[in-house]
Write a protein that binds this ligand. Sequence first.
Ligand code: AP5
Length: 217
Amino acid sequence: MSSPKVYVLAGPPGSGKGTQAKLLAPELKVPHISLGDLLREAVRSGTEVGKLAKSYLDAGKLVPDSVAIKVAEEAVTKKECRNGFVIDGFPRTLEQAKLFDALLIKLKFDLSKVLYIDIPLKEILKRLTGRRSCRNCGAVYNLTSKPPKVENVCDVCGGELYQRKDDTEDVIKVRFGVYEKQTSPLVDYYKKQGKLVYIDGTQKVDQVFKEVCKAVS
Ligand code: AP5
């Protein structure tokens, strides 16, 4: 029997990793894990991890590798992930990538593809300052490309929409700088493994999704 497959959605902040992961996971009938969502949830619930992570998230910096790895390992070893999973926001440093490789070998998973969605900073700023998320169900909107039917109200559950604290112009620029320095080296790392698929993230959501589906088929 072949090993369960794992797909990583990578790319700069606001490139659409979360949007595409949410579309891909049901298509493949596997769970979607978002490191950012897990960390924000930990902050909301005031767990030890959340208390530690809060200042990093607010400042747009990466939480320490040891914390990110612990959260990721806890998530991917859950029973729901036994048939594979789609993950976004992890790994984000070379250290995380190496430990993730080792973990997947230990769990007998196959890291099938790393889908690298790229967009330029100008587009990132436009998208992230316009992003709104539902406090209740986590659905993601955009004031320009995907506005809710009623202002500040979630189309899915009627919950209140909010703007992420790290989606201000200053923090977005910090996040982009962190991405360039600490995360972009992963492009070469996965290219050398023959797992990287480059996707132009400036296209419309459904066009990007077509390319994502083609890459995993
Ligand atoms: P995280 O939540 O992962 O933030 P991020 O990487 O900055 O990514 P985003 O969630 O901002 O963007 P996305 O690419 O998912 O885009 P989305 O689909 O929402 O991480 C937050 C923080 O957590 C980090 O800064 C760090 O502190 C910490 N952290 C997380 N992982 C970590 C790790 N591994 N190690 C250490 N620390 C970690 O789309 C953005 C907007 O654009 C939306 O409004 C959407 O509707 C819109 N949109 C999407 N696609 C399109 C399109 N094709 N056209 C037009 N609009 C689009």
